[in-house]
Design a protein around this ligand. Sequence first.
Ligand SMILES: [Zn+2]
Length: 84
Amino acid sequence: MMCSICRQGETQPGTTTVTLERGELTFVAKDVPAMVCANCGEEYLDSSTTAATDPKIRAFRDRIAEAQRDPTSDAVASDARVRR
Ligand SMILES: [Zn+2]
């Protein structure tokens, strides 16, 4: 599709980095499939499909749910990267 930011480039299949935040927790998923503008590099993530189907993001959501059920769980801290 045509890039809606620069309106000059066509988007092509590529990967991007997705950052998810839940409260004080931040999760960074790298190499998530996305459409990337060949001209300006703007990344388009189809949130309705990619975020729901990417295994890394699904795993993160599972860990968040787990941590919220059990605040003492270290499931999140051991695997997710926390960025400040
Ligand atoms: Zn563009």
